[in-house]
Write a protein that binds this ligand. Structure first.
Ligand code: GZL
Length: 324
């Protein structure tokens, strides 16, 4: 081949290879996409289902996944992301335990030309070029829904309403949103008073411990509402209430977030009064985004998962088994 023609062909190949974003021209002909996924831990029923959703969806999508569980340690997530970079994966996805501390390692991924998808929770950064897309829940809306339920539930009385709050992991997006969204609503009504709020890390054991502590500090008759940032902490608190002769859902109104099958069952039995869904089944959408990004397609910067609420008026026979 004429040297000039060969040079032109080579330049065209290079332009085509790098011109479509992240180096894949046609998925059908290339080897499987390699996704590095850093999961934050295994702290709750919700998280276990989220991990199953991610892993199963990768398999169904024909994506090779390197799945690392950080066991609630953000340093482990940073190490995992660095290993994905060293391995030269096609795309990185992760659910950040907390919102801060990610700029450096995501800067390394960007320098390596590896796109990043943020899943479930969010990061707090001034540089949104550090990630290609974020798929998660609207945690502020979840908190607002909890507050709006209380306003309706207590609309017929003027007496003070004392609230105990079991918060999620400090500095995590769900804990921040559920805390702030809730207060955005109840702050309009001075009679709603949060008398106790503590970080329970979304864990059943800590929900138990904190409720035990609350009942040492307050008489049960002083508590009107338990607002819990996730079902597992709710389940721990219910155990302690029952041990103390308190009727959960009757003596104390209970609001819980996630909507696992057990919380739906408790709602049906009147043990819990309001359940706010937080959908863990993001796997298929993560894999679809990964494919589109690797093929060089533009994707929206922020995507939210549709979620619903359940209360005593819910048609329980119409609800499919949650599966977790
Ligand atoms: C919310 C998710 C939270 C769940 C908890 O998207 O990050 O973490 O609400 C889980 O159950 O532990």
């Amino acid at each position: 081949m004429n040297p000039l023609v060969r040079a032109i062909v080579l330049i065209l190949c290079i332009v085509m290879f790098y011109g479509c974003g992240y180096g894949r021209s046609d998925e059908s002909e290339a080897s499987p996409i390699v996704l590095g996924y850093s999961q934050l831990g295994d702290e709750s029923t919700w998280r276990s289902q989220n991990s199953r959703s991610i892993i199963n969806a990768a398999d169904e999508a024909g994506i090779k996944i390197m799945f690392e569980n950080a066991m609630q340690d953000p340093d482990n997530q940073i190490k995992a992301i660095r290993s994905f970079i060293a391995y030269k994966v096609d795309v990185i996805a992760f659910s950040p335990l907390v919102e801060t501390g990610w700029d450096t390692v995501l800067g390394e991924a960007r320098a390596a030309g590896i796109p990043v998808i943020i899943v479930d929770r969010m990061i707090n950064t001034s540089d949104d070029s550090l990630y290609t897309c974020a798929l998660g829940s609207d945690f502020d809306l979840e908190g607002r829904r909890a507050g709006e339920f209380l306003v309706r539930e207590f609309e017929d009385s003027e007496k003070p309403v004392n609230i105990v709050e079991l918060g999620g992991t400090a500095d995590s997006t769900p804990a921040i949103g559920r805390y702030e969204g809730f207060r955005d609503v109840i702050s309009e009504y001075p009679r709603f008073r949060v008398i106790f709020s503590e970080d329970g890390d979304f864990m059943l054991s800590k929900g138990r411990e904190i409720m035990q502590q609350v009942l040492e500090e307050y008489d049960a008759t002083e508590i009107d509402v338990l607002y819990s940032h996730n079902d597992d902490m709710t389940f721990g608190a219910i155990e302690i209430m029952r041990d103390a002769g308190i009727r959960p859902g009757v003596d104390i109104v209970i609001i819980s977030v996630d909507a696992t099958q057990r919380s739906i069952n408790y709602l049906r039995e009147g043990v819990v009064n309001y359940v706010i869904e937080c959908n863990p089944n993001s796997g298929p959408r993560v894999m679809d985004l990964a494919k589109r990004i690797v093929l060089g397609e533009e994707v929206p910067k922020h995507l939210y998962i549709e979620e619903m609420v359940f209360d005593e008026y819910t048609d329980f026979d119409a609800i499919a088994d949650r599966g977790y």
